[in-house]
Design a protein around this ligand. Sequence first.
Ligand code: 3H9
Length: 714
Amino acid sequence: MSRHPCRDISSDTMQPGTPSPVSWRQDGDVAVVTVDHPPVNALNTAVRAGLIEAFARARQDATIAAVVLAGAARTFIAGADIAEMDRPPQRPSTLDVIEALEQVGKPVIAALHGTPLGGGFEIALACDFRLAAPGTRMGLPEIKLGLIPGAGGTQRLPRLVGMERAMAMILSGDPIAAEAARGLGLIDEIVEGDLVAAAIAFAREAIAKGRLPARARDRDEKLASLRAEPRKFEDMAAAHLKRTRGLRAPACAVEALRGAISLPFDEALAREWAFFLELRASEQSKAQRHVFFAEREAAKIPDLPKDLPRVTVATAAVIGAGTMGGGIAMCFANAGIPVTVVETSTAALARGLGAVEKNYRATVARGGLGTDDADARLRLITGTLDIEAVRAADIVIEAAFEDMRVKHDVFGRLDRVAKPDAILATNTSYLDVDAIARPTARPQSVLGMHFFSPANIMRLVEVVRGAHTAPATLAAAVATARRIGKIPVVVGVCHGFVGNRMHRLRSVAAERALLDGALPQDVDAAMTKFGFPMGPLAAADLAGLDISWGMRKAQGLRAEIADSLCEAGRYGQKTGKGFYRYAEGARTPLPDPEVEQLIVAASARRGLAQRPIGADEIVERLLFPMINEGARILDEGIARRASDIDVIWIYGYGFPVWRGGPMFYADSVGLPHIVERLRGWAAQSGEPGDAPAPLLTRLAAEGRSFASLADAAT
Ligand code: 3H9
């Protein structure tokens, strides 16, 4: 009878005649079991069934004395099949696989390469020995999907490396390199050359020695002392849980880990499994799984010809050494690509490069980078006042002042000096990319690459495809963005593209909520409770209110409250006053009675009656108009997929990943509810722009969701 606790899940039989993704070959008395299920050997039902069959055969076959378990092609097993998780769990489970493995009764050696992750790493932890190829990165990333390890990871890992390391690995989800794993005793040997051949040789030695090490489940030496000092566990857990507000998985991970010191192994395993099933069915994990696939989908541009030449960027140039230009230059240097920064004055160049150096030194001081690494990166960044220096660059990113005349001047010069096949990108956040391309004789080489601030940290890049951008330029820009560690999302040309266009609607809605009676601290508290790391008004204070004021003035627009604040010299944190006040040198927003008076006066001028507004209403009022704009953006083909909009908001604007992004969130709320609310507000305001967008109305009426939409054209 099955020893583990997942007996209740339904059983699935493999389609007869389907070739198994798990192969078996014999090298003398060593069985080599190989998982071959591209692209990453994910543990789907067929892989699990194949592994159980192979382990049973190894147990029964008297000619077999040891087993090597390996992965074909690019990696060992990279975890459970995430795509299967939207369906009910199927037997056999990964726990069944591990039970079969532990019953082999002969040495089982895991031959690890690529990314042994999640369930794949958990299987490896149950093996008797683990060898790894150099460069292997292994770990338990389940937390990033709103899950916890469900196949013994929370029990075997602390037994092998101690609770402190195990908790850090499980709660961060970050993988560790083979060398670090070797240091922790997780890996027996790092093997250069033919990994499987080395594992077979290792197996022969193990057979010759005749004795197996204690299995991970039976080891206790790394946990015994912690049992005597339970306070230590609580302190570790509290430190990890400090920053996980709103998330269920980290709390479950801690509880499952607690089982490793408070319960017998099998009971703790049952508890881990129960948490895993709870999380697997949770809205938070569904949202995070959606984001996992959305992020990968966003990089796909289906209408590009398949046979485009591969462009490799060897050198880059950035025009402008301001905050954005410096940050973008760091992205290239961090990826090992030499980059030239062009400025117009010695002072601006010195200031910009000085800021970059300060940034690297701060990272070194925090322990995030070695001094040698920082120096090497700094050496890759060269400053110049001579635009001729871009001649060698494969990509030029313009990060100059947001003014069309400045952009025209820069692109006119770039056209004269850049090499013929260089990518010419603008980092504009709002301006028309087609207009920016106009002074060049090569609009096919021009596009937008909109980085987010701070550019060296934020992962999003909106890649803006102009009317004349050539497919090869677009593909090369997307590939370059990925190479420098960014998440590129292709968008079309419109004012503010996707992110800032929706963001403007949220700012307008926040203004309206203030005019109707909410206080800045109410708005921000509602949005941080929803899951944003910072409220929109505190974030506006941080960015500087004068920037959007300037833009509104240029467009003849007015924001009653934000403009009144600027007129009173309150530009945000930089002046110590904005929507909030700030103590000298401090960044904590403090409610300010002066602002309250200013809001009441603005509201009275408009003849509005103020009333208290609850947190739920604030969230709806700020998010639903944004979602409505997202529907228009989709309808116009500015974004290709609803999920692309989700990726933009998660990686560019701090939308909580466990809500899945605004469009996924809209689907989870229900589109009819959003349409009803928008209709109500539009009736009150009388503004036609507040009415529900045609696409949103149609989907709601048809009982459909944003997720049901096929690709739109970008
Ligand atoms: C788990 O294991 C729970 C356990 O505790 C079990 C409990 C019982 N499933 O990222 P890439 C696809 S939870 C399905 O572009 P890379 C991906 O969608 C799981 N599909 O490549 C993409 O498809 P497409 C724990 C997966 O080289 C293609 O593979 N494991 C999975 O940049 C290539 O992916 C994880 O969380 C999967 N597990 O990075 C690992 N993984 O080409 C998640 C990938 O159609 N995966 N795909 O777009 C990763 O972190 C990265 O994909 C990996 C490769 C590092 C493996």
